[in-house]
Design a protein around this ligand. Sequence first.
Ligand code: SAH
Length: 229
Amino acid sequence: MKTLTLRPDRRTGKYAKARERMVREQLLPRGVTDPRVLEAMARLPRDFFVDEALRGRAYGDHPLPIGEGQTISQPYVVALMTQALRLRGREKVLEIGTGCGYQTAILAALCDRVYTVERLKSLHIKARRVFDELHLFNILCKIDDGTLGWPEHGPYDAIMVTAAGPRVPEPLIAQLADPGILVMPVGGREGVQELVTVVKEQGETREQVLDSVRFVSLIGDHGWRAASS
Ligand code: SAH
C-alpha cells in the first residue's frame, strides 16, 4: 500500500485534531469506510488549500469559497467521490477542475499519478504552489478546457470531474480505460445535481447514481457555456 509522505512541517500538525474529528464525525457515520481514504483525509492538511482567513473553518462540514466564484467541496463529498473510484495505489487518474487542489492532493495520496486540468489560471497557479509546498510530486497540472480530457496521457484508470455538467463529456468516456471508473456530478446549472459513476467493463459502460449534490458549473465545449455563467 502506498504511504503518504508529507513534508515534515510544524504547520501540517496544527489541525491534526480537527482532521481526526472530521473523519469521526463527518465521514464514518455517513458510510465512508475505505481505510485508505480515511487515512488520507486524516493526514492531508486541508487548511493549506484555503485562504488564511478561512483556515479555522477548513475542517467544517461545508464547502468554502476559494476565489473566482468557485468552492472547495465539503469534506464528506470529497471522501465520497474518492471512495467511489476504489483506488488501490497503482492507478493513473485524471481530474477535471483542480480548484484549490485539495481533492487533487487526496487523489495523489492514493494512486500512482494524477493529471489535473483547471480552466482558471489563478486557481491553477495557487494549487501548484501548495503541491510544491507539500512535496506532492506525482501531480501534473495544466490550464485548459477539461471537458476535452487530456488525451496525450490517456487512457485513465479513473476519472473525477469536480464541477457539474449537463452530461458526462464524451471525450472523458473515450479516455477512460477498460476496466475504468468515472465519477461526476450531472444536472442543471442551478439547484441539486446527481453524483453519478460510470463503470467501463468489457467494452460496456453502466451508470449509477450515488447521491444528490450541489456543485459549481463545468464550463467548456462538452459542458455549459461560459457566456451565461
Ligand atoms: N476539486 C476542487 C473543486 C473546485 S470547484 C477543489 O477541491 O477545490 C470546480 C472547479 O472546476 C473550479 O475551479 C472551476 O474553475 C473548474 N472548472 C469548471 N469547468 C472546467 C473545465 N471545463 N475544465 C477545467 N476546469 C473546470
